[in-house]
Write a protein that binds this ligand. Structure first.
Ligand SMILES: [Fe+2]
Ligand SMILES: [Fe+2]
Length: 228
C-alpha cells in the first residue's frame, strides 16, 4: 500500500509542489510550498485520527493533504480539479488502488473555496487543515517597500494559530492570536469568511461543531441564547 512516505520520496511530486509554489509566489500569493502541504497532511490526518477513523483513512487524508495544491503548477484557477487529475495519474503510475485514489482525488477536487464541498470525511479533514493554515510565516514579503496586499497583511497579523479537536465536546477549534496593530479583524473576515464557513460545514460532516476564536473571543460557536 502506498504511504505518505512513498509520496514524499517521489521526485515527481517534489518538483510539482516546488514549481506550484514558485508560480504562486510570482503572482503574489502566500507560501504554498513543502511547509504548507506538510502542515496540511499532518493536520488532516490528526483530525481524523482523533475522531477515531481507521488508520488507512487517516493515511489517505495525509496523502490528500500533501498533494492538494499540485494543480497550481498549471494555474491557480480550478487548481483543485487539475490537481485531482494530476494526482490520479501519478498515483496510478505508483500502483495505488483506484478506490483509494478516488477517495484522495475527490477530496483534492473539493478543497477550493469557489467550487468545493466537504463531501466525505477525508474532504472535510482536508478543508479544515488547509483553511486553518494562516500564519505570519506564510506572508509573501515584497522585495521592495510597497504596502503588502490584504492576504499578506492578514497573515502577518496572525502571530499564532492552532487547530485542534475536542473529542469530548465534539468540537473542532481554531484559535487565532491576531495583532490588531498590523491589520483589522474585519480584513481577516473579508478574505476568510468563506473559508470559515467551509470549516463549519466540514466540522458538521465530521459530527462536530466548529468554533473560531480570535484573541479569545468566540466568533463562531454555540448559540446559547433562546429567542422564545
Ligand atoms: Fe488550494
Ligand atoms: Fe492549500
Amino acid at each position: 500500500m502506498i504511504t505518505l512516505d512513498d509520496i514524499k520520496a517521489d521526485p515527481v511530486f517534489q518538483t510539482l509542489i516546488e514549481r506550484s509554489n514558485a508560480y504562486l509566489r510570482t503572482q503574489g500569493y502566500t507560501e504554498h510550498g513543502l511547509r504548507h502541504v506538510s502542515y496540511v497532511a499532518e493536520k488532516a490526518a490528526e483530525v481524523l485520527s482523533q475522531l477515531g477513523f481507521d488508520e488507512r483513512t487517516v493515511e489517505l487524508a495525509a496523502i490528500a493533504g500533501y498533494l492538494h495544491d499540485v494543480g497550481n503548477v498549471f494555474n491557480r484557477t480550478n487548481h483543485s480539479i487539475t490537481g485531482a487529475v494530476l494526482a490520479y495519474q501519478e498515483l496510478r503510475r505508483m500502483g495505488m488502488d483506484v478506490e483509494e485514489i478516488s477517495t484522495v482525488t475527490t477530496a483534492i477536487g473539493n478543497h477550493e473555496e469557489s467550487i468545493g464541498r466537504a463531501v466525505s470525511p477525508v474532504a472535510a479533514a482536508l478543508i479544515l487543515a488547509d483553511k486553518s493554515d494562516a500564519h505570519r510565516t506564510r506572508a509573501n514579503r515584497l522585495p521592495d517597500d510597497r504596502r503588502p496586499g490584504i492576504h499578506d497583511r492578514v497573515n502577518l497579523a496572525i502571530t499564532d494559530s492552532r487547530l485542534y479537536v475536542d473529542k469530548d465536546e465534539r468540537t473542532i477549534n481554531l484559535e487565532i492570536s491576531f495583532d490588531q496593530r498590523i491589520c483589522q479583524i474585519m480584513d481577516f473576515f473579508e478574505i476568510y469568511l468563506t473559508r470559515m464557513e467551509m470549516c463549519k460545514e466540514a466540522s458538521t460532516v465530521l459530527g462536530c461543531r466548529f468554533r473560531l476564536l480570535i484573541n479569545g473571543l468566540e466568533f463562531l460557536g454555540n448559540l446559547s441564547f433562546s429567542y422564545s
